[in-house]
Design a protein around this ligand. Structure first.
Ligand SMILES: C[S@@+](CC[C@H](N)C(=O)[O-])C[C@H]1O[C@@H](n2cnc3c(N)ncnc32)[C@H](O)[C@@H]1O
Length: 311
């Protein structure tokens, strides 16, 4: 279904709202956090409800991120992933332009904070940036990196990044992160404003791809909105996946994956997967994390050392 949806979206014909017909959409009233159409009642992930109308004036609220693992059948995270790819490609020229907001409240990080966080993290050596977008972070990472590889699925974003970064030291790679195979091992992997777009169902797979792309003493740095930013959004549950609605300058709307993590929940989740992670709040609506991958199990010596027990 996702391939058909992506094809339909990519043709960019007329109204894109059929994207919502294709997905199972739970409409959530932005103010109460309850289902609007059928009267107030609590929302359960995976409910099948017909799409409703968006309250344009309201500022969104968080629908608690459910543990979708109990619902099975994640058909629709593929649809959302397809929708967000197309959305960001079309949004690329306007990305970061507060005069053309794509949601109730834009949430950009101040340039001086971006710079200070990168200075603190010191991304030295061979660096991989995932979901690089138009280059806000690429330019900062480049100040430290010996080499920099920037990955994004959107050609428009990569072109804009290349145009605005004007660096011949950045290698641009167009890849879908959900299917991407790491092409090497890096000292640092960095991603900003990306983790919130990873469906909970893909969380472990994503982090194992990151682990595979790191050298032995490699580090990960990441930054994103935290749960305080959910106030800025209209939140939905689409097929069991936390999502948010975005509007292009021309009025077309798309649903994208949007998971608002609490820093301590995210840190605990990563630690439970063996990562040595520290995640903290930054400013009024962001989190910043640093993580080292789980230790590889030590390779068995062969033949076993003398005196080692066998059997
Ligand atoms: C919120 S933007 C963040 C851009 C940049 N890191 C920043 O903070 O300014 C998300 C980026 O993810 C990219 N993206 C979306 N889906 C993707 C996918 N499946 N694979 C790779 N990149 C994707 C978009 O094209 C976009 O550039």
């Amino acid at each position: 279904m996702a391939r058909e949806l992506l094809g339909a979206l990519s043709r960019q014909t007329g109204d894109f709202d059929h994207a919502h017909d294709a997905a199972v959409v739970t409409r959530v009233d932005a103010r109460s956090g309850r289902l609007g159409a059928d009267g107030p009642r609590p929302v359960h992930a995976g409910e099948r409800v017909l799409p409703g109308h968006r309250d344009q004036k309201s500022v969104g609220r968080l629908v608690e991120c459910p543990d979708t693992s109990s619902h099975g059948g994640y058909r629709d995270d593929e649809d959302l992933i397809a929708s967000q790819r197309v959305y960001y490609d079309l949004r690329a020229p306007d990305f970061g332009d507060v005069s053309a907001p794509d949601r109730a409240v834009p949430g950009l990080m101040h340039k001086s904070t971006v710079r200070a966080l990168v200075d603190e993290f010191r991304p030295e050596g061979e660096v991989l940036e995932l979901a690089c977008g138009p280059g806000t972070f690429t330019r900062e990472l480049e100040r430290y990196a010996r080499s920099l590889t920037a990955v994004d699925s959107s050609q428009q974003m990569l072109d804009r990044n290349q145009r605005e970064s004007r660096s011949d030291r950045v290698r641009y790679v167009r890849e879908d992160i959900f299917t991407w195979m790491p092409d090497g091992q890096y000292d640092v992997v960095f991603f900003a404003n990306w983790l919130s777009h990873v469906p909970p169902t893909r969380f472990d797979d994503f982090w194992s791809r990151v682990a595979r792309s790191l050298k032995r003493h490699g580090r990960v740095g990441f930054l994103d909105e935290d749960e305080r930013a959910s106030e800025y959004d209209d939140s939905l549950i689409v097929g069991g996946v936390p999502a948010a609605r975005r509007t292009l300058r021309d009025g077309r709307t798309f649903d994208i994956v949007k998971v608002f993590w609490r820093p301590d929940d995210l840190e605990a989740r990563l630690r439970s997967r063996g990562w040595n992670a520290r995640v903290r709040r930054v400013g009024e609506s962001f989190l910043f994390g640093v993580a080292e991958p789980p230790r590889q199990p030590r390779r068995q010596r062969w033949p076993p050392e003398r005196g080692a027990r066998s059997g």
